[in-house]
Ligand binder design. Structure first.
Ligand code: F6R
Length: 244
């Protein structure tokens, strides 16, 4: 595991964007795994800036997002499809037909999840998977549990995740209670993993996830066993780590 502490959010974002840009330059037809949330907004803005500067070409890139709320269609302003269009896809030359997000509008959870897992396999797997980190250690929407979910699955969101995400909805009652998410197995099959986390509020979970025991009670801790993972945090999120 490479663990990088940057001085602030801007440097965290730029460092992460450089790793994604390098992946695309090395293999222009690569498959990226992408995340939503507040943390990657800055790095997506940096990738858009690279594209606008003419130094990055997404025309052959294919992408798979980690997760989507069950019950939200892609044009809902809190859906993850909408987020990706707004922060990245609408601003670069990626072919939207090659961008994939689980189909939250499909009420048949088993069918939606199986189709998504198969689409990733058919694409040859993910080359570089970007992840944010939940306050409870979730990655994707894989919440603390007794086991590590193997494949794309339908999850019940925990109260802590519903509360954390309610800031983006008109009321907490509007937050969907379920989501479709890549499983921990899906994530671990990515050839490379890149994790970003920032802010004081993530300091304890960053320490637990990357320097604590490996346990499904802290889903991100399994990444300690991944052969090619880079974790980039700002100084606040890294403040409780042994090397800080
Ligand atoms: C989003 C996702 C989540 C977030 C996590 C952190 O697609 O999979 O696991 O990465 O909840 O969210 P932020 O970045 O908003 O703190």
């Amino acid at each position: 595991m490479r663990f990088i502490i940057t001085k602030d959010y801007e440097e965290m974002s730029r460092t992460a964007a450089d790793i994604i840009a390098a992946q695309v330059r090395e293999n222009p037809a690569c498959t990226l795994g992408l995340a939503t949330g507040s943390t990657p907004e800055g790095l997506y803005a940096d990738l858009v800036a690279d594209y606008e500067a003419g130094t990055l070409d997404f025309s052959q890139v294919q992408s798979f997002n980690l997760d989507e709320y069950r019950g939200l269609p892609g044009d809902h302003d809190q859906s993850y499809r909408y987020f990706m269009n707004k922060h990245l896809f609408d601003h670069v030359n990626i072919d939207k037909a090659r961008t994939h997000v689980p189909d939250g509008s499909n009420p048949d959870a088993d069918a939606a999840c199986a189709a998504y897992e198969q689409a990733i396999v058919d694409a040859g797997g993910v080359d570089l998977q970007l992840l944010g980190l939940g306050h409870n250690g979730h990655i994707g929407f894989n919440e603390p549990a007794d086991v590590f979910p193997k494949a794309t699955n339908c999850v019940d969101l925990t109260e802590s995740t519903i509360t954390a995400n309610s800031r983006l909805f008109d009321s907490i009652d509007d937050v969907p209670r379920q989501a479709y998410t890549m499983g921990i197995g899906t994530i671990m099959r990515a050839r490379k993993v890149l994790v970003v986390a920032n802010g004081e509020g993530k300091a304890q979970i960053v320490r637990d996830a990357f320097f604590g025991d490996v346990t499904p009670r802290v889903p991100a801790s399994i990444l300690q066993f991944h052969p090619d993972v880079t974790v980039i945090v700002d100084a606040e999120a890294g403040s409780l780590c042994p090397q800080a």
